[in-house]
Structures are given as structure tokens and as C-alpha cells.
Design a protein around this ligand. Structure first.
Ligand code: GLU
Length: 225
């Protein structure tokens, strides 16, 4: 169970996310990754190994955008590899999920989603969430309700963050049973993190996500349900 850091505001999200992930490094991890959204779509970079390797990757293949999610992974399902590193995308690549924890019923969900035509690219439990949300969005749900419906179907422990190119003004976060989740409020910018130290240099105004809560995070703040 490792780290999640997210940002929405006016600054370039990637350096802030990497800085936050670095502040959680002592929790241990085997892979790191991030996704940043701008007007041209989601840009995902991920890799097994240390955060400095992601930094090197970003030097050769930079990303930019004012909203993003990052993750450090400690593999529970699927070996450490680029394909298994988070964020995980849906079939269309327009939605990504980061997750800390374990989804116990992922095998049954994965079989059902594959039978429905979803294409999986990793060996993780996490990827089912991306496809579950996708299936609810294609059924007409908005991002909040799509994530909510997906989480009703999973059993296990999670802290999750979801970013969709179709809802570029928000992150959806939720937590149940695993780790912790915090939202940090700034001036026209908002942070999310699995642990407070990740965002302490940026804000001390934090909202703690309790078990079973889901939050919609925008530049203006967070609304929690
Ligand atoms: N179960 C997920 C995986 O294996 C998340 C692990 C974690 O908490 O880092 O990818």
C-alpha cells in the first residue's frame, strides 16, 4: 500500500505530483507513474523502479497539464512492470484510475468485463475499476455516479483516484478500509494525497476522507458524499 498524489489547479501538475510522491518514498514501492490531462488528452507515464526513473522518462517524454494523478505501487496482483504500474486506463484511454489496496473479487469482475468486450492490459486487480467505471459511463452515468456504481461492485480495501478526459475539471477520490485519504485546499488549486506529508509544503488546510466517503475535487475545493 503506497502513495497517491493528485493535483488540480493552474500550475503544471507533474512536478507537484512527483514532489508529493517523493515525500512518500519511505513507505516503499516498486513502480511509479502519473497521468496528466490537457487539451489534447491524457498523457500517461509509468515505469517499474524509482521515482527518479520516472523523472528521467519525463525529461525525454515530457507531459504538461493543470490536472493529474500519480501513484507509487507496491504490487499485490501482478509483478512489478510497466504494464502493471498505475495509472490504469479503460479501453478508450480517456479515463485513468490509481488505487492503493486490494480488490478481492477482481477475478469474477474481470471475467464478466472481458465477456462484455473489455480489453485488459495488465495483471492487476486495479484495472477492473477502470473498466467498471467505463461501463457505467457508457450507460449514461456522470463521473461521480460512475465511480460510485463501480465501487458498489467491488469488495476489498481501497483508496482510489479517478481522472477522465470527459470531465477535465475534476478528480473523483474515494476510500474504504485501506490507508488514508486527504484533500488539501489551496488558492484556486486543490491537492489530494494518501498521506498528509505529501502535500504539507503546499497547504495545511486539509480535509480527511473517512471510510466509505467519495469526493469530487475541483480547483475550488471538494464536496464529499
Ligand atoms: N493491488 C494493486 C496492485 O497490485 C495496488 C497495490 C498498491 O496498493 O500499491 O497494483
Amino acid at each position: 500500500m503506497c502513495g497517491i498524489v493528485g493535483y488540480i489547479g493552474q500550475r503544471n501538475a507533474a512536478p507537484l505530483i512527483l514532489d508529493g510522491l517523493r515525500r512518500l518514498e519511505d513507505r516503499g514501492y516498486d513502480s511509479a507513474g502519473l497521468a496528466v490531462l490537457n487539451g489534447t488528452g491524457l498523457q500517461v507515464r509509468r515505469q517499474p523502479g524509482k521515482i527518479k526513473e520516472i523523472e528521467a522518462l519525463l525529461e525525454s517524454r515530457p507531459v504538461s497539464g493543470p490536472i493529474g494523478l500519480g501513484h507509487t505501487r507496491w504490487a499485490t496482483h501482478g509483478r512489478p512492470s510497466e504494464a502493471n504500474a498505475h495509472p490504469h486506463a479503460d479501453c478508450s484511454g480517456s479515463l485513468v484510475v490509481v488505487h492503493n489496496g486490494i480488490l478481492e473479487n477482481y477475478t469474477a469482475l474481470k471475467e464478466r468485463l472481458i465477456a462484455a468486450g473489455h480489453c485488459f492490459r495488465s495483471g492487476t486487480d486495479t484495472e477492473v475499476l477502470a473498466h467498471l467505471v467505463e461501463s457505467h459511463l457508457s450507460g449514461g452515468a456522470d463521473l461521480l455516479n460512475g465511480v460510485r456504481a463501480a465501487l458498489r461492485e467491488v469488495r476489498g480495501a481501497y483508496a482510489v483516484g479517478v481522472l477522465s478526459a470527459d470531465a477535465p475539471d475534476r478528480l473523483v477520490v474515494a476510500k474504504y478500509g485501506a490507508g488514508s485519504g486527504v484533500v488539501g485546499l489551496g488558492e484556486g488549486e486543490t491537492y489530494v494525497a494518501s498521506d498528509i506529508p505529501a502535500i504539507l509544503p503546499y497547504t495545511r488546510d486539509v480535509v480527511i476522507l473517512e471510510d466509505g466517503e467519495i469526493g469530487v475535487v475541483t480547483r475550488q475545493g471538494v464536496s464529499i458524499m
